[in-house]
Ligand binder design. Structure first.
Ligand SMILES: [Fe+2]
Length: 142
């Protein structure tokens, strides 16, 4: 269960960069979504309105995850299907969070925060970095 007392603020750091501008820009935006969610949590406004968070997450899925998949496909990234499965898992979770929110879940913002932080650490800072390294080796423009 998420513990509100141990919420560390999340900040974008230079060490997170992969040095491909469009990807860094999107990862930075992802951090902003977590920060926005923190503001909702700090204002205890989760019950009223996390809808712009859902909107931002849909935008992240449509503009970023798909863009990544296009790169991976074009550059024949060998872990493409595993990476795509991970993206699908993310999409499924966001849909589930939205449904839980509609049903009136009171803990949804905290649960979602935990999930987004985990995604940031395990997917963005690990899988994405590894994949982008491959793309750059293959000649992706920075
Ligand atoms: Fe990814």
């Amino acid at each position: 269960m998420a513990d509100e007392k141990h919420r560390e603020p999340v900040e974008w750091k230079d060490q997170y960069k992969v040095d491909v501008e469009i990807i860094d820009e999107n990862h930075r935006k992802f951090v902003e979504i977590i920060q926005r969610l923190d503001r909702v949590l700090n204002n205890k406004a989760c019950k009223e309105d996390p809808s712009d968070i859902f909107y931002a997450l849909v935008h992240y899925v449509e503009h970023y995850l798909l863009q990544e998949e296009i790169y991976f496909k074009n550059y024949q990234y060998p872990n493409f299907s595993r990476h795509k499965e991970s993206h699908q898992y993310f999409i499924d979770q966001i849909i589930r969070f939205r449904e839980e929110f509609e049903k009136g879940s009171e803990t949804i913002c905290l649960e979602m925060r935990e999930f987004l932080i985990e995604w940031f650490r395990e997917h963005i800072l690990s899988y994405d970095k590894e994949a982008v390294y491959f793309l750059v080796q293959k000649g992706l423009n920075r």
